[in-house]
Design a protein around this ligand. Structure first.
Ligand code: F6P
Length: 543
């Protein structure tokens, strides 16, 4: 990968010029000038219809952004990413979540060794184990089939699986799958209180098997289990997903019950590995595999499609346009399906842990903005919560609207209502409402002109708020796989162009180190060695 400061490229300078010329343009006018605008800025690919025409871009902007991709070596970077180069340089690691969904006959080399056979060995182990738990062939220590699965993990070892399990709830089997992540004891005890240890399976997910939250929760779960069950039953009720075999064995989990993780898969990109075991338990292996298949289709699209028609590339470039030229601080993700309620939280880790960096690949402080703030909630709920600010607030918030043509329960009445809101919002954000329109509306309501003049400014909408409509046929494991992989590749493109390392997360370390130091001080009741604010807070806490 090239290490180019994007602001030194010709295309960046060109983008700055275009920005000065076009920053006040109204998208409404662009639609009027060009009847083909929607078609020109839409990518249709398989069951995806991605319309980014309601964005503040012109063909000239698009070309200049594509120039930026070229100037910063995106094509070569994609080759390095898929080809197993150690692009996570600060940790000396490859970034190969794409290998987890590659076909069995592919070859992906890590240190000269093809990793695909081990990926498929792990997949077979996931399939066999899931089938045996689901069909009751594998039983608990009192010979009863399992009814509940508790996934214990945090960050990437939780957010992906919990988001997908909820997203695919429609496809779920009889197993109740619970997720415990927070070290908050109330979280673990609240989950355990209604469970029967004889029919509960625990899946402990931790790549390092040293994460404080996960180990504390796993220990609490094991103590709870042992209270009513014989000690040797632990091996039947606890399995682990980890790359730290010795630590897992120390915990008391038998080696045959350990599912692998690899260094070349980052935590926040690991749901496609055995980290997704709880997904496979919840919906069955074949649906889990369809999720992977969907992601693979997006991998092929991203790798082979021209940048002009490449969904992740176009989304990433748009995001850079707003972030670095319009100075937009955040992006909203609004799924019009309750099933994707956890997608924004999942994307917060994926995007913000990856691109929340301020040192470039040369080791210098960057002079430009990087990672965006990601937030969101499903529509229509969010319309009744924060949409006011998007419509009439002072901030520019580009938003992705994710919708589906078909609902899963086929309730047309509900679905038309839901989707009418989806279309109405993006149109309202584009068009706004002018002073004349407000006047006309109020006159029709026979409002007296004095009152009308007072009210008018409050009822005006500037419009011109950018949205991207991602319309998909239906929420299935395959389409979900494509959607998640789409965002993964968007992250990659932005990291390449911003010249940062997207695949490390050193920023999380400092808090972890301090927390363990403070924990031992709390145990010793010695909190003297802190700034006065922290010291007083600790004293108040301990009194
Ligand atoms: O939050 C930091 C982090 O390292 C994430 O990147 C990771 O997903 C999470 O902690 C959990 O780590 P582990 O799987 O090793 O328990």
């Amino acid at each position: 990968m090239k290490n180019i400061d994007p602001t030194t490229t010709e295309s960046w300078k060109k983008l700055q010029e275009i920005f000065q010329e076009t920053k006040n343009l109204k998208m409404k006018d662009l639609f009027q000038e060009d009847p083909e605008r929607s078609g020109n800025f839409t990518i249709q690919w398989k069951d995806f219809y991605v319309d980014f025409s309601k964005n503040r871009i012109t063909a000239e902007v698009q070309q200049a952004l594509l120039g930026l991709a070229q100037d910063t070596g995106l094509k070569e970077a994609i080759e390095s990413y898929y080809g197993g180069e150690a692009i996570n340089r600060t940790e000396g690691l490859q970034v190969l979540h794409t290998a987890l969904r590659a076909p069995e006959d592919s070859e992906v080399l890590v240190d000269g060794k093809n990793v695909i056979p081990e990926v498929y060995e792990a997949k077979r182990k996931i399939r066999e184990f899931s089938q045996q738990i689901i069909n009751g062939a594998k039983k608990g220590y009192t010979d009863q089939a399992f009814t509940d699965v508790v996934n214990i993990g945090i960050g990437g070892s939780d957010l992906g699986p919990v988001m997908v399990t909820e997203a695919l709830q429609f496809y779920k089997n009889h197993l109740n799958v619970h997720y415990i992540s927070n070290v908050d004891g109330d979280h673990v005890h609240e989950t355990l209180k209604d469970l029967n240890p004889e029919t509960t399976l625990f899946v402990i997910v931790s790549k390092t098997f040293t994460t404080q939250e996960t180990l504390s929760n796993a220990n609490t779960a094991r103590d709870w289990f042992k209270k009513s069950s014989p000690a040797d039953a632990v091996s039947k009720h606890f399995v682990a997903v980890s790359s730290n075999i010795s630590k897992v064995e120390e915990f008391g989990i038998a080696s045959e019950n350990i599912f692998p993780m690899w260094d070349w898969v980052g935590g926040r990109f690991s749901l496609w590995s055995a980290v997704g075991l709880s997904i496979s338990l919840a919906v069955g292996y074949s649906q889990f595999n369809e999720l992977l298949e969907g992601a693979h289709q997006m991998d092929v699209h991203f790798k082979t499609e021209d940048f002009e028609k490449n969904i992740p590339v176009q989304l990433a470039l748009l995001s850079i346009w707003y972030n670095n030229f319009y100075k937009a601080e955040s992006e909203a993700v609004i799924p019009y399906t309750q099933y994707l309620q956890k997608l924004p939280s999942y994307l917060q880790q994926a995007i913000m842990e990856s691109n929340g960096k301020s040192v470039d690949r040369n080791g210098n402080k960057v002079s430009y903005q990087t990672g965006n703030i990601i937030w969101g909630e499903p529509g229509t709920n969010s319309q009744h919560a924060f949409f006011q600010l998007i419509h009439q607030g002072t901030k520019l918030i580009p938003a992705d609207f994710i919708g589906f043509k078909k609902s899963l329960y086929k309730d047309r009445d509900h679905h038309h209502k839901l989707m009418a809101n989806y279309f109405a919002q993006t149109e309202a954000l584009l068009m706004g409402k002018t002073s004349n329109e407000v006047q006309k509306e109020l006159e029709e309501k026979k409002m007296a002109s004095e009152e009308l003049n007072v009210l008018r400014p409050f009822k005006e909408f500037d419009g011109n708020k950018p949205t991207t409509s991602i319309l998909i046929d239906q929420l299935t494991p395959t389409s979900l796989g494509k959607l998640i992989a789409m965002y993964e590749h968007k992250i990659f493109v932005q990291g390449v162009i911003w010249n940062i390392y997207s695949y490390d997360q050193w920023g999380v370390e400092l808090g972890k180190q301090l927390a363990s130091k403070i924990l031992s001080e709390i145990d010793r009741l010695d909190v003297s060695n802190h700034d006065s604010s922290t010291k007083n807070l600790l004293k108040f806490y301990l009194n």
